[in-house]
Design a protein around this ligand. Structure first.
Ligand SMILES: NC(=O)C1=CN([C@@H]2O[C@H](COP(=O)(O)OP(=O)(O)OC[C@H]3O[C@@H](n4cnc5c(N)ncnc54)[C@H](OP(=O)(O)O)[C@@H]3O)[C@@H](O)[C@H]2O)C=CC1
Ligand SMILES: O=C(O)[C@@H]1CCC=N1
Length: 268
């Protein structure tokens, strides 16, 4: 059946080069979606073992990427240039680069494939990825791939540094905030497992509400704040704290680092 789908062209062949945290998350996420034949490529045998039950093929041979419709590069930014030097892609292939700070032009200058730059995040694994993708080089095939594992925004490449901070690094900032909520729950007497479940599900539910509800964030806060109730007291404490500043500083620091990384990868 798989062979039929491949020969009839109804299956999109995706090669993922670099199957660590981010490449592995994409591979695991695609396992729940029909229509993708995934080849996992990594030099680290342990990385391949970790994804072997989610990919159709695993190999340490990068030349396997020539068989793909879409080649995803998910190696560290400093490795991108050497990976590209070893690849021999065709003009009818699409190369998606995940690497932070590495410009689309830097990659495009080193391959015949058509290149699109994406800033993904780890939630690809559960189909909840938020990704920013450059308008340049974007195809419907790539839109389908990103849509299969989450939501995406099409942006000008000049916005990739801020997107890297908001949605690429963002999960770490969210994990940190969830942990703070969990710790407060434990301090109040909840078991750690209860506190983690309640805190994480609360963030998940709140995020889902923001995405699906037409009300503004301020209106949603009002909806939780009963007059003379509990939330209004908590919100007063939050507004008087420097929590907003901490979040902004985290995003600004990550954006600044993305710009620094980019300085090493000028278009040629
Ligand atoms: N982690 C994240 O949340 C996000 C990461 N990104 C981007 O994704 C990219 C990957 O990050 P991340 O997954 O965290 O990194 P990891 O180090 O977790 O994964 C990279 C993998 O690539 C392997 N590798 C190294 N050299 C080669 C090679 N020549 N050919 C094939 N595989 C190779 C590594 O093996 P070994 O360990 O042996 O070197 C490792 O298994 C980065 O460019 C990053 O900027 C983007 C958004 C989010
Ligand atoms: O920390 C990093 O550099 C990568 C890019 C965004 C998330 N992780």
């Amino acid at each position: 059946m798989l062979l039929n789908a491949l020969s009839q062209g109804t299956m999109t062949r995706v090669s993922v080069i670099g199957c660590g945290n981010m490449g592995g998350a994409l591979i695991r996420g695609l396992r729940s979606v029909d229509g993708y034949h995934v080849t996992a490529i990594d030099l680290d045998p342990a990385a391949l073992v970790a994804v072997e039950s989610f990919a159709e093929e695993t190999t340490d041979d990068a030349s396997a990427a020539r068989e793909a419709d879409i080649v995803v590069i998910a190696v560290k930014p400093s490795i991108v240039e050497s990976v590209l030097a070893d690849l021999d892609l065709r003009a009818d292939q699409t190369l998606v680069t995940f690497a932070a700070g590495v410009s689309r032009g830097f990659v495009a200058a080193r391959t015949d494939a058509s290149v699109v730059r994406v800033m993904p995040n780890l939630a690809a694994e559960t189909g909840n990825m938020a990704a920013a993708v450059t308008e340049e080089g974007l195809t419907d095939e790539v839109r389908d791939l990103l849509g299969a594992v989450g939501e995406y925004a099409e942006v000008d490449e000049s916005l990739m540094d801020i997107a890297t901070a908001v949605n690429g690094s963002g999960p770490a900032f969210a994990f940190y905030l969830i942990d703070a909520m969990k710790t407060a729950g434990i301090d109040g007497g909840l078991e750690p497992e209860q506190a983690e479940r309640l805190a994480a599900q609360t963030f998940k539910g709140a995020a889902e509400t923001v995405l699906r509800d037409d009300r503004t964030v301020d209106e949603l806060i009002d909806a939780v704040c009963s007059p003379k109730g509990t939330t209004i007291e908590g919100m007063k404490a939050l507004r008087e704290s420097d929590a907003d500043d901490g979040v902004v500083e985290a995003v600004v620091a990550a954006e600044r680092r993305s710009r620094e990384l980019a300085e090493a990868f000028t278009d040629e």
